[in-house]
Unconditional design. Structure first.
Length: 87
């Protein structure tokens, strides 16, 4: 698979907070997956979304992951409903 990229979302390092938000893989599992992918030559993307102002410590996440992340994507929390429409 030439030119393969994998993006995984992480927006917090606090596992208790993550458990309240979603029932997806743990933060540890996501980070380990990104590390293994990177070690195997796969382009890794950490998608930091949604960013919670005052809660998401983006600097700490980058510091913890910079050795095995190829690219970062960022998206803030969007509370606007402009993407919804009535039928």
């Amino acid at each position: 698979m030439r030119d393969l990229s994998v993006a995984i979302s992480i927006n917090i390092l606090n596992e208790d907070f993550r458990k309240d938000m979603d029932k997806a893989s743990s933060i540890k599992e996501r980070l380990e997956t990104l590390k293994i992918l990177h070690e195997n030559g796969i382009y890794t993307i950490l998608f930091m979304s949604p960013i919670f102002i005052g809660i998401t410590n983006w600097k700490r996440i980058i510091e913890k992951t910079k050795e095995y992340i190829s690219e970062y994507w960022f998206k803030d929390l969007n509370l606007r409903e402009d993407y919804k429409y009535d039928i």
